[in-house]
Design a protein around this ligand. Structure first.
Ligand code: GAR
Length: 209
């Protein structure tokens, strides 16, 4: 069975969606481990409840970003994953880490990339008065939130929205699209080649919506 390692920093609702898709037989894979950089991440509890081994690697205990990434790489490698799934992992990686997992690391980002890279995406959309927002799943490349986008889902921005309400609406879509992209990858349908995402052998010029 294809092996996943999921990296989290917080709530882990995307982790939960993937666990449930596996349990329901929609994804033929197993989660070998969930690794968090924060001890208090609720996703660690979700993993434990699902019988998945967990590890915590506290980034504040490392002298440098390089040292943390080196240690994390060793922990991830120890599970020999086919795919590394970033599910709310809120650390920026060194280029060496990204290179090591090139073509086998996915991220979910709460915006319609290339719009709103970085953090506080919901707040920034509201501040800008945008009427459309959403979520993207992409391959991780050294450019922050800049790797080829595989799938997106859009949500409307409503006049009554707060940051929390908008985030909630985006989350519902995250839990739909991330399991679908993970499924494509473990089925061998999705590849990263020459910096481009390929689905069923065809270059994805536009994200799947
Ligand atoms: C999700 O909204 C995800 O898109 C975002 O963190 C949240 C994690 O939620 N990721 C990023 O902002 C990456 N820079 P979860 O812990 O409930 O899955």
């Amino acid at each position: 069975l294809p092996t996943l390692v999921v990296l989290i920093s917080g709530n882990g609702s995307n982790l939960q969606a993937i666990i449930e898709a596996i349990r329901a037989g929609r994804i033929a894979a197993r989660v070998a481990a969930v690794i968090s950089n924060r001890v208090d991440a609720y996703g660690l509890q979700r993993a434990a409840d699902a019988g998945i081994p967990t590890e915590t690697l506290d980034h504040t205990a490392f002298a440098s970003r390089e040292a943390f990434d080196q240690a994390l790489q060793e922990r991830v490698d120890s599970f020999h994953p086919d795919l590394v799934v970033l599910a709310g992992f809120m650390r920026i990686f060194t280029p060496g880490f990204v290179q090591h997992f090139a073509g086998r690391m996915l991220n979910i980002h709460p915006s319609l990339l290339p719009l709103y890279k970085g953090i506080h995406t919901h707040r920034r959309v509201l501040e800008d008065g945008g009427n459309e927002h959403g979520v993207s799943v992409h391959f991780v490349t050294p450019e922050l939130d800049g790797g080829p986008v595989i799938m997106q889902a859009k949500v409307p921005v409503l006049p009554s929205d707060t940051e929390e309400r908008l985030a909630q609406r985006v989350h519902v879509q995250e839990h739909v699209i991330y399991p679908r992209v993970v499924k494509w990858f473990v089925e061998g349908r999705l590849k990263l080649e020459n910096g481009q995402a390929l689905l069923d052998g065809k270059i994805l010029h536009q994200p799947v919506l």
